[in-house]
Design a protein around this ligand. Structure first.
Ligand code: PLP
Length: 445
């Protein structure tokens, strides 16, 4: 690609991307196979059954090579059940990265537990293993690890700390289904994996979630919490046997079988589609390798590690290499080139939300975050510098679903133009707004 960059579209030059994207970003890919699977459930009147869901669970077990898989109505419920499965209860603490979707941590409240927020690693954007030990207290029970935007978290040192302190590790795989860390599939490295399969995620099924584990006790507890019709005499755990028939959590977590039916079809094609996404995304980043200010967010953990689906793909921004140009001004220029998806920031740091500071959800007469806690975990929030500042250093990039080289080159050109013309953009740069990103990845502009 030439270094002779055209005039920026923002200043009247030609746009880098002019063609309509067609199905370049369409996800999930729905074919007649999905439609027929869904129709079969409808015609059999099997929407609320479990036969298809249990087949989907079998497929999942085979795919991830794990002993147990349990379907859920959504990812949030699977995370709550994973926490309950790990024995999280009144007064316990769960460690969770501050930069993630709220459901990685918030379900702890409903179990009478609380959240201690960990900082993220500035490169992987996942939980920083070096920030764990400072957060561990008498009542720490579990660590929730998020493979953020598809990037595998550094699991080896996280598991080492968990072993040392006898903590459970819950992998939130909502962003990274099919990702691999040093030869091991994400979700199968910690004690339990839980994930969303909602329609916006990499493995997109509809409203659905999945819990996976090799630990029978965790599986049975997760099942007992919200799967009443399956909480029957097959239960082996002595502590659970006396209560069969009704859900311990007073919850109903069954997956809708339209989701499981579509899920079975989606999973059958997932590895092949994911491989194409990987080729496309890696090509995009390879094209930008030499551009100052821009860095790929992709695994450098070796050839036996892989990004999982590239959910909500983002890039790193290094303003120091672009004369201090704000990421919001940079994104404005990229959008003007015809790339609507280029927005600054990511998930806002959860520790700054009032839900984790003052909200008294259950009328304890004090903030829920400390209602049952042995200590004020809010004081630990003061030391989360990467989480607090990350929004100024990341931006969303196009999430290609097809490896179409010519189109990808045009998108990459938009980013290249904006970065190489940074000096022009500095004039009129009002700086970043006080908040960038959002509490979720919807409607973020
Ligand atoms: C989407 C998401 C969830 C929640 O899943 P739902 O299916 O929306 O309930 C949990 N954790 C992360 C990191 C997510 O992105």
């Amino acid at each position: 690609m030439t270094n002779n960059v055209d005039r920026l579209a923002l200043f009247g030059g030609p746009m880098a991307v002019t063609d309509a994207p067609g199905d370049l970003f369409t996800w999930p890919i729905v074919t007649q196979e999905d439609e027929e699977a869904a129709l079969d459930v409808l015609r059999r009147g099997a929407m609320s059954g479990t036969d298809v869901t249990m087949q989907f669970e079998s497929d999942f077990k085979e795919w991830l090579k794990c002993d147990y898989a349990l379907g859920f109505n959504n990812g949030t419920a699977s995370l709550q059940a994973a926490m309950f499965g790990c024995g999280v209860g009144i007064g316990d603490e769960v460690i969770c990265p501050s930069v993630t979707y709220w459901a990685s941590g918030a379900p702890a409240y409903s179990l009478g537990a609380t959240v201690a927020f960990a900082d993220i690693d500035p490169v992987s954007l996942c939980l920083d293993p070096n920030d764990l030990e400072r957060l561990i207290g008498e009542r720490t029970k579990a660590i929730v690890v998020v493979h953020y935007f598809g990037h595998p978290a550094d699991m080896d040192p996280i598991m080492a700390v968990a072993d040392k302190y006898n903590l459970k590790v819950i992998e939130d795989v909502s962003h990274a289904q099919g990702g691999v860390y040093k030869g091991r599939k994400l979700g199968t490295i910690g004690h339990v994996g839980a994930m969303s399969l909602m329609a916006g995620k990499s493995l997109a099924v509809g409203e659905a979630g999945m819990l996976v584990t090799n630990d029978r006790e965790i599986y049975e507890r997760a099942l007992a919490f919200g799967h009443y019709e399956r909480y029957n005499n097959d239960i082996r755990s002595d502590s659970l046997k006396p209560f069969v028939g009704l859900p311990l959590g007073g919850a109903k977590h069954r997956m809708h079988q339209l989701s499981s039916a579509v899920g079975r079809v989606q999973l059958r094609h997932y590895e092949a589609r994911q491989a194409e996404i990987r080729r496309a995304m890696n090509y995009f980043w390879d094209l930008l390798e030499d551009v100052p200010g821009l860095r790929a967010h992709r695994t450098t953990q070796g050839s036996d590690s892989l990004m999982g689906g590239w959910y909500a793909a983002h890039g790193h921004y290094v303003p120091e290499e672009l004369g201090g140009l704000s990421v919001s001004r940079f994104c404005e220029a990229v959008r003007a080139e015809g790339v609507q998806d280029c927005v600054p920031g990511c998930n806002l740091p959860l520790h700054t939300h009032p839900l984790f500071q003052e909200a008294d959800v259950y009328r304890h007469g004090r903030p829920t975050r400390i209602a049952n806690a042995a200590r004020d975990v809010r004081t630990l929030d003061a030391n989360l510098p990467v989480s607090a500042g990350i929004a100024a250093r990341v931006y969303a990039i196009p999430w290609f679903k097809h490896d179409r080289r010519e189109a990808i080159e045009r998108y990459a050109l938009a980013f290249r133009k904006a970065a190489l013309n940074y000096k022009e953009l500095l004039e009129g740069d009002a700086g970043n707004p006080s908040t960038m990103g959002g509490w979720n990845m919807f409607n973020r502009k």
